[in-house]
Structures are given as C-alpha cells and as structure tokens.
Ligand binder design. Structure first.
Ligand code: SF4
Ligand code: FES
Length: 250
C-alpha cells in the first residue's frame, strides 16, 4: 500500500505597501495667483485607488487639499479628474493599472471654472444638462405603468447609464474652446429621452440641439467615448441625435 504525502499550500504573503509619488495641482483663490504642483509620497498597495491616495494625503499629510467625492464606488460621478493627462474617476483608477515606477499627476478636469485645488464649478455643466429637458414628458396618465417593449427600451439603454461625472464634456476640445457648446453629457442625456417611445417631446429637444451650440459643434474626436467611465458610446449617441435632427424626429 502506497502512502500519499499531503503537502499543505503555503498561505500567500500579504503585499507590502510601496511608495508612489503623487503630484497634485493645487490652487487656493485666496492666496495663490495661479495653480502650482505639490508633491506627496504616499504608501499604497497595487489594489489601492487614486482616491485612496488623495484620502491619505488629506487625512495624514495635508488637510487643506480640496476635492470632491461621495460614493467612492463609481456611482455618484463626483470625483472626475485628470489623472496622468486623462479624464477618469479617482475611485475607479487602480494603482496597478498605472506605471507605479513613475509619478502620478492629478489635476482638475478642464474647461470649467477652477474653484480650488481639484474642485471646479459644475454649474455651467448642469445648466447645459437642464436645458435639454432630461426628464420624461408625457401627457397621458395611465392607471398603471407606461408599457414599453424590450426592443424599444434597448434603443436608449446605453445612455441610461450616465452618472453625470462630466468626464466626457471636459475632455472635448470643442468645449475647451467654446464653453457655450452643450457638450457630450447634455446630448447623451437628451438622447436618453429623445429615443424613449413613452416620451412626447423628442422634437423639442431636437430643436434645442439643432442650435449653433448644439450637436453640430461635435467634431467626432471620440475623446468623450474614451473618457466615459461607464463605457457609454458617447460619440455614437451624438451621431444618432444628429441623424434624428436631420429626420425631424426619432
Ligand atoms: S456620458 Fe459618461 S463621461 Fe459623460 S457624464 Fe455621463 S458617465 Fe460621465
Ligand atoms: S466617488 Fe462617486 S463616482 Fe467616484
């Protein structure tokens, strides 16, 4: 009879923290004439996120650092920022997806008025959003729900995923040079209702977007699609709205 040796697997060593260098764009309107870079060394794990680095800086090193965040899980859309030159959510950007041997650069999103450090004034962004009437407009009052087929729901499924983070709009070169342009996010949210079979005001929204600051300002650079943390095909949605404008309806 042969004996079977039982070899117990060794538990994996927990990862040790390592330092990363984080350059953060700072600006205090009360004391600074212009923005400048501050540099921090932060102990991180490969599974840490840039939001963890910012928390570490704020809670352990420099409480004056200002940035927005709420859910910390990619849902609220409040922590869009430029990380290594690209618009991303700080809470969804893992250290292991960056080159940890190089410094990380964190800046506010571009094209909106800078308020302080990583915080920009979001009012112009939300004004454009409100202008496209991002809500269901229907005159009938059914006793129960408004029925919609699965196929009709599918038409605008992608644009329902928007979390209004502004990563798309503030990565758009047209928006940088012309802050009056509605921008990709407003068009995405118009798309969500223009193509909703239960809504009755598609033509109103199409008229609004047929403006000189509307869909025709889009130059199809795809920056918006690349920036979207929800994977929405933003440029495709804009193209579908352009076609609907030309057709005069959805
Ligand atoms: S479309 Fe994407 S990038 Fe633009 S605001 Fe919505 S979630 Fe953010
Ligand atoms: S903190 Fe809510 S999306 Fe990042």
């Amino acid at each position: 009879m042969t004996e079977t040796a039982v070899v117990e697997a060794k538990p994996e060593e927990p990862e040790k923290p390592f330092d990363i260098e984080v350059h953060v764009r700072r600006y205090n309107p009360e004391t600074d004439s212009e923005p400048y870079w501050d540099v921090y060394t932060v102990p991180m794990y490969s599974t840490s996120r840039i939001l963890d680095a910012l928390h570490h800086i704020k809670w352990e090193q420099d409480s004056s650092l200002a940035f927005r965040r709420s859910c910390a899980h990619g849902i609220c859309g409040s922590d869009a920022m430029r990380i290594n030159g690209r618009n991303r959510l700080a809470c969804k950007t893992l250290i292991k997806d960056l080159d940890r041997t190089k410094p990380v650069y964190v800046e506010p999103i571009k094209g909106l008025p800078l308020e302080r450090d990583l915080i920009v004034d979001m009012d112009p962004f939300f004004e454009a959003y409100k202008e496209v009437k991002p809500f269901l407009i229907a005159s009938d009052k059914p006793e129960k729900e408004r029925i919609q087929s699965i196929a009709d729901r599918d038409i605008f499924d992608d644009t329902t995923k928007c979390i209004l983070c502004a990563a798309c709009t503030t990565s758009c070169p047209v928006f940088w040079t012309d802050g009056q342009y509605f921008g990709p996010a407003a068009i995405v949210n118009a798309h969500r209702f223009i193509f909703d079979s239960r809504d009755e005001e598609a033509t109103t929204r199409l008229d609004i977007l047929n403006d000189k600051e509307g869909v025709w300002r889009c130059r199809t650079t795809f920056n918006c699609t690349e920036a979207c943390p929800r994977g929405i095909e933003v440029t495709k949605a804009i193209a579908e709205v352009k076609q609907a404008v030309l057709r005069g309806g959805r």
